[in-house]
Design a protein around this ligand. Sequence first.
Ligand code: MGD
Ligand code: MGD
Ligand code: SF4
Ligand code: MO
Length: 756
Amino acid sequence: MSHTQPSDNRLSQKPDTFWKAANGPLTQQRALHPGKFGLGRTPAAREPDATTKVVCGFCATGCSLNIHLRNGEAINLTPTVDYPVNRGAACPKGWESLSVLRASDRGTTPLLRNDRGKRQSVEWPQAMREFCDRFQQIQARHGNDSVAFLSTGQLPSEEMAFLGALSKFGMGLTHGDGNTRQCMATSVVAYKQSFGFDAPPYTYQDLEDSDVIVLIGSNLCITHPIMWQRVLKNPHQPEILVIDPRRTETAMAGTQHIPLRPKSDLALLYGLANILIQQEWLDRDYIEAHTEGFDAFRDHVAEFTPARVSQLTGLPADSLGSIARTIQAGERVSFWWTMGVNQSYEGVRTAQAIINLALMTGNIGRPGTGANSITGQCNAMGSRLFSNTTNLLGGRDFRSSEDRQAVADILGFDVTRIPDQPSWSYDQIIEGILREKIKGLWVICTNTAHSWINQNTCHEILDRLDFLVVQDMYSTTETAQRADLYLPAAGWGEKEGTFINSERRIGAIKKVTCPPGQALSDFAIFRLIAEHWGCGTLFADWQHPAAVFEKLKQLSRGQPCDITGIRDYAMLEAHGGIQWPCSEHQTTGNHRHENAQTHFTQRRLFEDGNFYHPDGRARFHFEAPRQMPEPPTPRYPYLLLTGRGSAAQWHTQTRTSKSTVLRQLAPQRIYLEINPLDARREGIRPDQDVIVESQRGRLRARSVLTPTVQPGQVFLPMHFSVTNKLTLAHFDPYSRQPSYKNCAVRVRKAEPADDV
Ligand SMILES: Nc1nc2c(c(=O)[nH]1)N[C@H]1C(S)=C(S)[C@@H](COP(=O)(O)OP(=O)(O)OC[C@H]3O[C@@H](n4cnc5c(=O)[nH]c(N)nc54)[C@H](O)[C@@H]3O)O[C@H]1N2
Ligand SMILES: Nc1nc2c(c(=O)[nH]1)N[C@H]1C(S)=C(S)[C@@H](COP(=O)(O)OP(=O)(O)OC[C@H]3O[C@@H](n4cnc5c(=O)[nH]c(N)nc54)[C@H](O)[C@@H]3O)O[C@H]1N2
Ligand code: SF4
Ligand SMILES: [Mo]
């Protein structure tokens, strides 16, 4: 590292002086620990009224924001013009990043539930004692693996790696999973099986280079608005096909909307493959040189005739031919998918059906092509590599003794500390609580009691725990309110580290303002826990995020995600972020890339046709479509779709609801989108209270009559906690990702007697 760090003696201080030092005014902090709190490394420290660049902390687009400082404290922001991702644009959430930090429900002290069930403010040392005593007692009584954690795709990689290492190698936990299970697990498994490593191959420039863009189950206009802006900059007048049961904002803006029946994507994609094969609209050379398993795939899809596919998808048979022709006519076809694919009981095979189309038409590894999963959260890509949950650190495998040894050597731990099994998945942890296997749970940076599928059982299950700890920026989240111990965390802008965006670009976040009260960065909390737990010496050199970034580099060495060529945070800033892989070979000595600047700015994978399986070939994976577990019935005649409602709302709204600007840009009450024909049949008028009911629960919403949802389907935004009272807990068998976007409901006008 270019910054030499003074040794950190904070943990030898008493913890109460520790947090005071960590959280004093910026000037005081700098005096106490020059160069220690991020600001020492930003231009802010040298020029207190300067501007510094930070990547956004909401979605995985990974825009860069210029933070304008006065006296070293952030006062405003503007999108960065010379950043290769957003080039001067930001969506409303990005613009409001600073205002969401200043909310009255930010946690300012730890809160401990007392004997009467009331939450009481306590000092950090007591909070740490409770944390360690309670979890250690549970472990002593029920075994080490009776305590588990649930984490996130929204912490910097350095904090994720610290959490993963501390919990599994220090505290002896076996089970810990993240909210990325709700989100990206399907893509991870699909890529691993097809390509040999979890590797989204694209760069955003592909959005501008394609002449055909196929969006499957993605509402890009509102969920990744700045990626959509890149589509708008495409000079090739691309065909934009939007495959979505709803006529979304994106479907309206595209050139062709394909309103298939929900969860019939697999049939559609196999049907398209069949037509392409029948017509010989293939890249035979590519298939032969770079893939494995095509013949069996050809036989499998032969049964998906246009007539059958039309019946399964509800699309006219001739529209299939026209989609196939569009793909054939394209010279640079890119396929992009998000939650309409991943959140499905057959998500992995659906994602792979998309990958198969790209492989068989040779649309991969060239500009404007690719089978491209779009990531959701700011650092979901970091969690895929460095959270130490399902994968061992660096995209490795817990079951491989070689990988365990490599990690132990790099980190200087005894290899016996590393579990030889991957963690239980999120749903298995929740079920583990029900089966009384898990007694203690530590939730970090996710709001399980709102976002997990089927909330009625989820709430009951959380309440069964002997000890629930929630570490969050806000003390009022649905999950924090259920906690026995709440730990107040600093958020984006109040700490440092790195995120990896959807196109594998690593960018830095910095501390540009102070967290409120006694709130600490998650990094500092992990350090306190290590010390109190009794494993502080193991983490003696995990002093600050930059030191852990060095470890991430070593953990990535020789892996497809090798980042050993990134010198330090300053290098990331100098290059506008850097996409992985970026190995030492690429940046130093004779191997230095000829055109280093371009090389750093844009990079896609598989340009040489080599995939990560030992034989270098990509695989065709396929399977027969499954039955929808809960299709509509006469008693529950509508299929419920859920998803994002607006560009101004983020998930469970703990952050976005704190901005007056964002609140004005989005509905404040939950609403149900229903087709006017269905509404008429049910006697429902616009903007009226309705009751929506599934077999598991019911809720009250305002009606929005709109032809954007098809007859027989309704849509609820996920941003209101009641939505998941209705959803059915069912999962993809390979990725264990919840299938949030299909369950049967009924709808009626609310009556005065209704008590919901
Ligand atoms: N404003 C905003 N932006 C966000 C987020 C946010 O909360 N707010 N969250 C971020 C995160 S973590 C994620 S994961 C992404 C999600 O980004 P998206 O996946 O784009 O968002 P969703 O609305 O969940 O789902 C996309 C679409 O899938 C469609 N769909 C439902 N069922 C099916 C089906 O069977 N087949 C097909 N083809 N489509 C179907 C829905 O109608 C919906 O329009 O957004 C990220 N960006
Ligand atoms: N019905 C339905 N449900 C869904 C979905 C759907 O489409 N439909 N989508 C699913 C998907 S894709 C996702 S990704 C999940 C998202 O679900 P969640 O992860 O539960 O949603 P968030 O609101 O992003 O929760 C993040 C929490 O972390 C806190 N936080 C933010 N920054 C920090 C930090 O730096 N440190 C700490 N300690 N805390 C912090 C926030 O205050 C918030 O409480 O929802 C899933 N649930
Ligand atoms: S598009 Fe995503 S990364 Fe860009 S400003 Fe909006 S929320 Fe932030
Ligand atoms: Mo997500």
